[in-house]
Design a binder for this molecule. Structure first.
Ligand SMILES: C[S@@+](CC[C@H](N)C(=O)[O-])C[C@H]1O[C@@H](n2cnc3c(N)ncnc32)[C@H](O)[C@@H]1O
Length: 214
């Protein structure tokens, strides 16, 4: 699996979940729970659906996703960091969820066959080396009419761009964030419709993409 620096980094973060939470609270200006919920809403999940989560980290979105698909639905989550996969599996085991499965895999080469109803990624797509491949792979697995939703971050725009001189290198170093990644462009290429909502002065966004029905 490629991306060794990212995997090592996230193995480290997997042992420091509270610190990661603090970083998110700063990035989301303490609106973390609200914006995470909005991004899951964008998937329009129904009971019984199958949802795939890419870059699931320590599994902090699994409860929300599982609640939406219910006990008859299925959540498949993956991450390329061994440490994150271990944490997410612990969470699943402790909760006793039998319809949530966590795999170690690279989101740009999905070892899965579809179809799935929805694909989700929170704060992960812009830390992935090849967002175009991630969007293409997601499209491959989705059923017609399927949705993909991303919660993610991007650099400050005008009039705040001076802040990027600090925020960009620190975030790149600490989280393998790739601020140049054109995540929404990758969705626009792979999907038939894309909507974008922005928050926190435009630095946090929810992108939701949909395939045509047939
Ligand atoms: C900033 S964390 C976000 C974790 C979680 N989704 C959240 O909301 O807290 C980014 C995650 O993406 C994972 N990741 C990065 N590139 C990946 C790839 N190519 N395939 C799978 N996981 C990847 C990292 O290991 C890390 O757990």
């Amino acid at each position: 699996m490629s991306g060794r620096r990212g995997q090592r980094l996230y193995d480290w973060w997997s042992r420091h979940g509270e610190l990661l939470d603090g970083l998110y609270d700063a990035a989301f200006l303490c609106r973390q729970a609200q914006l995470r919920a909005k991004s899951v809403d964008a998937l329009a999940l129904s009971p019984g659906d199958t949802v795939l989560e890419l870059g699931c980290g320590d599994g902090r979105s699994l409860h929300r996703l599982r609640t939406r698909v219910g006990p008859r639905g299925r959540v498949v989550a993956l991450d390329y960091s061994e440490g994150m996969v271990r944490r997410a599996r612990e969470r699943v085991r402790e909760a006793g969820w039998t319809n949530v499965h966590v795999l170690r895999a690279d989101a740009s080469r999905l070892p899965l066959v579809g179809p799935v109803d929805a694909v989700y990624a929170s704060m992960a797509a812009s830390a992935m080396a090849d967002p175009d491949a991630v969007a293409r792979e997601s499209r491959r697995l989705l059923r017609p009419g399927g949705r993909m939703a991303l919660l993610d971050a991007r650099p400050f725009g005008e009039p705040w761009t001076a802040l990027n001189r600090l925020v960009v290198p620190v975030s790149r170093w600490a989280t393998d964030w790739n601020p140049d990644a054109d995540v929404t462009g990758a969705l626009a290429t792979a999907f038939d419709e894309v909507d974008l909502d922005t928050y926190v002065w435009g630095t946090v966004f929810v992108a939701s993409a949909r395939l045509a029905d047939s």
